[in-house]
Write a protein that binds this ligand. Structure first.
Ligand code: SF4
Ligand code: SF4
Length: 192
């Protein structure tokens, strides 16, 4: 339990308990979370229609196995995890599958809001299974999802910062990375 991600999970839970209801009642946050949820739903639908989930299930069962390996979760910070909590996700406290990402369960990823690597990654096997036009369409939807995620994240940070200031909490989780660009937020500079 000493990995950084567990500290981030704990901080996200703390923020959710303290500010969750107030964040959800902020009209801007609520609108952008809905927009983000819709974008995620569109990408998920496209992946299902393209047969990607079946291909990943076959890969996990027959090898070489899931690409959701241990360490990738270190790319998640407390604000993106807070957004998952705001979207109703149950974030695990422990790794369920040894050697895999903390957020992987028997039915796949337990998160809804995911960062760049998790959403954008298309392995060679998937590339071979899909026609190039479908790949292009999917990547466009992925781009929309990432952009909607960035907008929702900025709204959450702004709202959180305001509420923390009202509560006199000068150590603001929201302000620590509040000025990062979309690329910095969703494209880690180091490999996880
Ligand atoms: S993305 Fe590729 S490597 Fe990862 S589980 Fe799916 S088929 Fe396997
Ligand atoms: S898709 Fe989910 S389970 Fe896979 S690496 Fe990303 S967060 Fe982990």
């Amino acid at each position: 339990m000493d990995a950084r991600v567990y500290v981030e999970i704990s901080e996200a839970r703390h923020l959710f308990q303290r500010y969750g209801n107030r964040l959800l009642s902020d009209p801007c946050v609520s609108r952008l979370l809905k927009q983000y949820r819709d974008a995620i739903a569109k990408t998920t639908r496209m992946m299902r229609e393209m047969g990607m989930q079946g291909e990943c299930a076959r890969c996990a069962a027959e090898g070489p196995g899931s690409c959701c390996f241990s360490g990738i979760e270190e790319g998640y910070d407390q604000i993106l995890l807070l957004i998952n909590l705001l979207m109703g996700c149950n974030i695990p406290d422990t790794r369920e599958i040894a050697g895999s990402c903390t957020f992987l369960g028997p039915s796949g990823c337990k998160l809804r809001a995911r960062y760049y690597y998790c959403v954008h990654f298309l392995c060679p096997r998937l590339h071979r299974a899909m026609d190039p036009l479908s790949v292009k369409e999917l990547l466009r939807a992925v781009g929309e999802e990432l952009h909607a995620g960035w907008e929702a994240e900025q709204a959450v940070r702004t709202s959180l910062k305001r509420r923390e200031a009202m509560d006199g909490n000068l150590r603001s989780a929201a302000s620590e990375a509040g000025s990062r660009t979309m690329e910095e937020l969703y494209m880690p500079t180091e490999d996880p």
